[in-house]
Design a binder for this molecule. Structure first.
Ligand code: NCD
Length: 328
């Protein structure tokens, strides 16, 4: 006898609404993690660096989706490499044109869809806030892998692990940020992260047109009483720096190409400019480098941007493990 679909009582539970579902922990802004959690991640990152192989099966059977709507080399590949090193698998896309976004699909729908295929999502998007929208709609953790000129929390974790491995602490350091401090999302996230440690001083080195946005100055530096100075002179700042964080001028975020061309070579770090730097200063750069650090600087023992790249893999391994553990 065929079932009468019109009158048959249903025994299936109604699907949970998105509001009823417990949202898994995501990382959208570096301040989503408290200092204790950051310190623990850095500690795990150091352990991974010292014990390669120890975590080889930590994520067996798990899938990471990398949804990259904007170009990337290090961030996407370090996420993928991190997941492989943990014994997991990876799927995803590296350009919006090859996904359904080109047909007009919303970030919210994409996030719901990918939640059916993957256990964790890393998303990069040109629009500020897009990974946040994804996290509101996904049923798996979402990691912000860079949203427009806004934030880049996993680069910040990378930078923190590098500073810790080089300096042994985050406190009592003078950090110089140099270059495009307006559009450089890595700068905004790192300022936020470092502002929670004791005795940190910041020297903000940029042309007038590319200064740190006023919302970062007011909501972070002023609010927390962080000591900072703004200057256009890298030469003057150099002798006092413990960390020099160089950045490229972010061509893709300029509305006016002529302004980019005028500003693009504002700072070029060459070996002679390091003559006045401390012997134990460290040079960081999130990369990619364009012109702002001459390749001759790469041999200087203070240059550690390629070590920073490797640290990016270690800390992303630590992060994936943490978020998957918390979403169980
Ligand atoms: C940075 C980014 O994408 O914001 N790159 C990276 O992720 N390592 C820095 C940059 O593009 O200048």
């Amino acid at each position: 006898m065929g079932a009468n679909l019109e009158t048959q009582p249903t025994t299936t539970k109604p699907a949970e609404s998105a509001a009823e579902r417990k949202a898994p922990r995501s990382l959208i802004d570096i301040l989503d993690f408290d200092v204790t959690e950051i310190d623990k991640l850095v500690e795990t990152g150091v352990d991974i660096a010292n014990n390669p192989g120890k975590y080889a099966t930590a994520c067996t059977g798990k899938i990471l989706a990398t949804l990259f709507y904007e170009p990337s080399t290090r961030t996407r590949l370090s996420f993928e490499s991190a997941m492989f090193e943990l014994g997991g698998n990876v799927l995803g896309f590296s350009q919006a044109a090859s996904s359904s976004v080109s047909k007009g699909e919303s970030v919210a729908d994409t996030a719901k869809t990918i939640s059916c295929y993957a256990d964790i999502i890393a998303m990069r998007h040109p629009l500020e806030g897009a990974p946040f929208v994804a996290a509101l709609n996904a049923s798996v953790p979402v990691i912000n892998a860079g949203d427009g000129g806004h934030n880049h929390p996993t680069q910040t974790l990378t930078d923190l692990l590098t500073i810790y491995r080089e300096k042994g602490s985050f406190s009592n350091l003078t950090i110089g940020f140099c270059g495009d401090l307006k559009f450089g999302r890595t700068v905004h996230s790192l300022i936020n992260a470092l502002s929670r440690y004791e005795g940190v001083r910041m020297v903000l080195i940029s042309p007038d047109e590319l200064k740190v946005p006023s919302y970062v100055i007011q909501d972070v530096l002023e609010k927390k009483g962080i000591e900072y100075v703004e200057t256009a002179s890298l030469e003057e700042a150099m002798p006092e720096l413990d960390i020099l964080y160089m950045t490229r001028i972010q061509q893709e975020r300029f509305a006016d190409i002529d302004e980019y061309l005028r500003l693009k070579d504002s700072y070029i770090l060459t070996p002679d400019k390091l003559d006045t730097a401390k012997e134990d200063m460290r040079i960081l750069h999130p990369l990619p480098r364009v012109n702002e650090i001459s390749v001759a600087v790469d041999d200087d023992p203070r240059a550690c941007y390629f070590e920073q790249v490797l640290n990016g893999k270690f800390i992303r391994m630590a992060l994936i493990m943490k978020l998957l553990e918390e979403s169980k």
